[in-house]
Design a protein around this ligand. Structure first.
Ligand SMILES: [Zn+2]
Length: 91
């Protein structure tokens, strides 16, 4: 027999938190270089200074790679291949 006071709807409040902040829906994450946008498909990475910027997702996102890294291509999984300037013989 169920106790009506023992409701199991404490399913955490993720939903209410998500609806709160619609003001920051399309902000670049340059302030949070540790933010990881989990890659689920192919991204069109372009290097812009120390950042890799993805131009193919509907929300542009970027990851910090630092000034010593150069985007040289993509591997078979679409992950960016980064080399240091030393590895490229540019130093
Ligand atoms: Zn992307």
């Amino acid at each position: 027999m169920k106790d009506p006071n023992n409701q199991q709807d404490q399913q955490d409040n993720q939903e209410s938190e998500e609806t709160k902040d619609d003001s920051i829906s399309e902000v670049l994450n340059f302030d949070k270089p540790d933010f990881t946008f989990v890659p689920k498909a192919n991204h069109e990475w372009r290097q812009q200074g120390p950042y890799l910027c993805c131009k193919s997702c509907e929300v542009e996102h970027a990851v910090w790679v630092g000034t010593d890294k150069m985007l040289v291509g993509l591997d078979e999984k679409g992950q960016p291949i980064l080399k240091t300037r030393a590895e490229l013989g540019m130093d």
